[in-house]
Design a protein around this ligand. Sequence first.
Ligand code: PLA
Length: 468
Amino acid sequence: MTSTSTSTMLSLASAPPTASLSVHENLKGRLKLGGGSLSFNKEKANHFINTKSFSRISMVAAVKVSRFEGVTMAPPDPILGVSEAFKADNDEKKLNLGVGAYRTEELQPYVLNVVKKAENLMVERGENKEYLPIEGLAAFNKVTAELLFGASNPVIKEQRVATVQGLSGTGSLRLAAALIERYFPGAKVLISSPTWGNHKNIFNDARVPWSEYRYYDPKTVGLDFDGMIADIKAAPEGSFVLLHGCAHNPTGIDPTPEQWEKIADVIQEKNHIPFFDVAYQGFASGSLDADAGSVRLFAARGMELLVAQSYSKNLGLYAERIGAINVVCTSADATARVKSQLKRLARPMYSNPPIHGAKIVANVVGDPTLFNEWKAEMEMMAGRIKNVRQKLYDSLTAKDKSGKDWSFILKQIGMFSFTGLNKAQSDNMTNKWHVYMTKDGRISLAGLSLAKCEYLADAIIDSFHNIS
Ligand code: PLA
């Protein structure tokens, strides 16, 4: 019926004005025969056809109006929209510190050598492009859970981890959100304030209610630990608590191991379920094991938990969309059932995941030689970020005569620095200095070179002191 009315509109719209009279008259006759379709068309037609009455006949003025007239323009994405604006800027001083994507000292994208080696292996072996099972590549799921928990972890030995390959970190979070929506209706997800902007979108789209817990204290430019604990305590029993496993985005501030223990205490006390987002394993400290410490600490307590993983950053596989969702349960039996439901949720969403990135990860993580080479390359990447962090701090301290303490930059870890610049100051960074960054004051140090640190320090000092 809808398609009939659409073609009706199109024929009216393309009819010459003189013809529209007879077309309309004819249609009226035909539409009467259509019964129910008449009232539908009349209602809808108001949006598409201007009708003027002249005595007994009505004249139709054809107007080409879209059926999508009610669709409003979406705002640009606060992170990925920054890259689009950067591309449109022709100034040669421009710097893209928006999205968290690793660049070389020459500010070029970097494909890891181990990735190239793994890809060569795949070509040599003449691997096919058949569909993967819904849960993804078995060899990938095995190594990814082992990388996260450690191969000898009891949760793996006892088959208590349901691992399903996802569309990178984002898709894995989305799948977990769908599981929460289906099996824990009404349960709330607590997210840190601030957090990665897309978390809110993910839970909104999955229709999972969320609220925020305090995390960042602008006064100390550090963790508001007491606020965090109080808010997790105050949440309804059985809530999900979203935690950044390491390298908190956007603040770069992580709890200490002692603080993680206290967070775990409160979560256990309140019967909450921890939900980790691990998008930067290996990027916070340069060590894969150290960066999985928070997740392993919770798992060692026998807690049930969820972990979304991403290989975008640590293996530089951004566009391959490779990651996983892991659900740790108390029994192997529950684990099998949870996995079956994750598959059931994935099938109508995207059917099954892409193979290329999964094979790369399986080849690199599953091969001792490539694995060691990967660790060295990751240390190199994490090391370069630490070097620019230090140089930026040195440049700010040398150039800024106001006595402001910039040492918070050195305390933050991971790809980002949360500068404390407000929206107006961030706008000045972009409009005057061609430094592209998110409006919350976050800069990606992975997109900065040693050579550009002084320029960036000038831009920050100007924006901080001259714009309120
Ligand atoms: N979780 C966190 C905390 C992230 O920062 C990101 C990526 C993801 C998940 C998802 O990454 P993935 O889907 O590629 O695996 N955050 C980036 C990119 C690096 C982005 O916004 O998509 C960022 O600039 O914040």
